[in-house]
Write a protein that binds this ligand. Sequence first.
Ligand code: IPT
Length: 992
Amino acid sequence: MYSLFSSILPSRLAQNTMIARPPQDDGPHKVTYHPAEFEDPKPGRGAIKPRSWNVHSDSDKLSLNGDWKFRFSPAAAVSEEFAQPKGVSDASWELMPVPSHWVLHGHGQPAYQNVQFPFPVDPPFVPDENPTGDYRLTFDLPKSWALDAGSTLLRFDGIESWAKVWLNGTELGTTSGSRLPTEFDITQSLKQSNNVLAVRVHQWSAASYLEDQDQWWLPGIFREVQILHRPVGSVVDYWVHSSYDHKTGKGTLRVDCTPSGKVVIPELGIDIETGVEKVISVDAWTAETPKLYKGHLITTGEKVPLSIGFRTVAIEDGLIKVNGERILFQGVNRHEFHPDQGRAVTEEVMLQDVLLMKQHNINAVRTSHYPPHPHFLDLCDEYGLWVIDECDLETHGFDEVNKWERNPTDDPTYKDALVNRVERMVERDKNHPAIIIWSMGNEAGKGSNLGHMTNWVRKRDPSRPIHYEHDWSCQYVDMYSRMYPSHEEVELIGQQKEDPLEDSKLDERRRAMPFIMCEYGHAMGNGPGGLLEYRNLFEKYPRCQGGFIWEWIDHGFLKKTEDGRPYWAYGGDFGEEVHDGNFICDGLIFPDRKPSPGLLEFTKVIEPVRITLQDGRISVHNLYNFVDLSALNFTWRLESDGEVVERGTLEVPTVKAGKTVLVDLPKVKDTPKGSLWFVSATLKSDTLWAKAGHEIAWGQFAAAARPAPPSPTRLVAPEATSESITLGPAEFDLRGQLIKLGKLDVTEGLKLDLWRAMTDNDHAYFTEAGPSNGKAWEKAGLHRVHHRVNSVVVDGDSLVVSTFAAPAVTNRGFDTVYRYTATEDSLTVDVDVKPRGDWSDISLPRVGVRLGLPKSLESVSWLGLGPHETYPDTRLAGRVGKYDFAIDEMQTPYVFPQENGARSDVHWAEITGPKGGLRVEGSEFIFTARRWTSNQLHAAKHTVDLQAGDNVWVNIDHKFGGIGTASCGPGVLPQYQLRAEPTRFSFTLKTL
Ligand code: IPT
């Protein structure tokens, strides 16, 4: 029998000394392929035992960061000859920065898939097209390096996804676990000079099945590489055990170390042997009071700096407590991301994240979905953030294949890899007081390997509770955690009334557990809405201990159009065969780390001091867990129409954590009608993370009611000619369309507008969001409403234009009557909207009018909520004031264009240009101005698609439908759904 396959393959293979899947000759006509090394589900080989991050000691170290020689191959089957120190010419190889991702340096492209795997799901095998990067670096040791004494390690902090390493031609081993460290002992192969380090990295490996996080695939050596000298008698590993007894105010310190040595902490007068316990009065470490005691661990061979925080985390009475207090997570999920560097984030970027979080009242981080660069955790210790450290594990794509068939989480062949991963995380990060919970990973289904992981962790570190979300039976974990539950469900969970598990024992156990939302408030595009209502539940039910917004940052890569205009690129912009579009852009900050309105809203929702008016007095409620408010200054202002009338300092007595005080309102000369109190709590002095004067919290409340806008007097009557109708300053055509107001051309007359460019939340990608979503609106035709004029009637002083606004196909619509009245210099519009037909199946995006104005208009000022956009369920952070913005600055540049920029509770707004403009007066209307229509905004895919047109489009809305968080999570809460019902509203237009 003749087989072409067997006859040609061996000769082709013979050309390479190494191929991806080695063949084995199983007889005359058969070649069997064995999995390649990188298809071995086992952890790598050759590394030393995982140990605590210790790179700041006084022992010698050498950073190998910098430009390395690099050769790219589109497939794995390439000779390993390159690893030899001699006889290899790498002169023609290009340079690749380490750390970096090669797809961001000209080889291949980043690729984004959320859940789905970008290759056939057949673990542990990966595609033949397996991008492979060969790295070479020649280096010398500094002269001072004591080569002859002790040993030396080669440390990698992160390589995606699998690597094989050689030093001077000696193979050191292999590694996988992209976001985890690996150290090889290189003592035997290291020389003083001319060392040749060779690293082969494959993008895909058996480990890729464990790294299906919702992020870009970004291969390469993306964290630093270092050589660490380990002098004789240096620290092999150490563990600082530093607990705090809140009843006695004492800390207990014991530092375990191999080999033994001593521990010196001058501030505490501590000078003890390792392994010895010391009980001493200390200030506790908390996220609010990140007190670190600096000291050293000293062995005969090394001096290691210590930063010790005393704190105790425990689950007691069904609550997560730190130092005896129930804490509340006001957290975010943080991926590592930078719009140019991907996950090779610098220390500056890490600091920027921490500063931004602290400045925005955030108190917790879940390191979704892998251990971050260890420096980030140092910052969390120092600045004060509660951390859930999460293991590098996600197998979400198995959900797409017969519901978790062959999921590694339940596959014995992957057991060692999973345990190895959690071991490397815990060992690396165990000395951080900020880490109070270990998380086993994310979205990795269920299975026995979770049991093996948690058994290992529990044995090794009984001092921290364990988290994992996706096994709702909570079999292996210490807390009940969910992602994106509705408010309704959280309310039930708060009362321990959640649906029971089948297994009554597990059910009983889970029901007694504390509850957190490891993800909620999907911050994609405009939103998330409904955060306030979640906060109310956290305050109502002790069991509900807060959660973590999904997510911190939009992962948009900076790209440019052919003509050089920059924009943020997302899934599909790099030619991916399958992708998940802009689902990668769902953060509270934009890719350039500018805060989005969502972050401002979250900041306000979670502010640690609540300032409100209660029975005519100012109530100051301290929501911190541990500190009083003595670090804050309180000031007040009385404001009228956006101007400060009087101001002063508010004397607030000590308010202990959790307590409230009432303070009298300041005595002022007068409280003009419509005036407002504004009380602000700011930092008295500089902190590590913000300057004195930084605002922590504020409250705004009415000092005197605002009078209703006066009804216009001295009305003038309409005058009709055969060409037009004049009414005061307004001119209409004979079909009742406003065409001119004073000298201002109205390029498109007033029309009822019910549509908005769908937000990501309106798209409801992952959720059946019910009546308040864009699919329902499109089906109802709200984006293609026709306006038919039924009559134009002069009725006394009024011009009455009756219309029917309705989409094609259906017979339901809105009978809309515009009644215009005028004085010499103003035009008042009363709009009467009556739904025709049954609209009970949907809610509406908006109810208001739209008009077109000339493009020469440039800026907007208004009195109302601002400065940023506000919507019915995202308006807590808006403050009433007088604001001035250019029209272009009114737009929120969401990475994926969508409805944005509305300003609510507006009393008046002026839109002006060089030749005058328009003033709108009313009572609490919603104002939007932009240079494109809602339909153009809706059609745009990137910010650069939005081009200024011939008009400025102004929307004056009576009401807006809520935003919700249905891009992944619950839709708009009923109280924020806008229902079609008979509605009347009015406003007055004047020219300027
Ligand atoms: C959940 C994931 O845990 C997270 O990584 C991210 O994908 C987020 O959702 C959505 O942006 S999984 C989701 C399918 C519920």
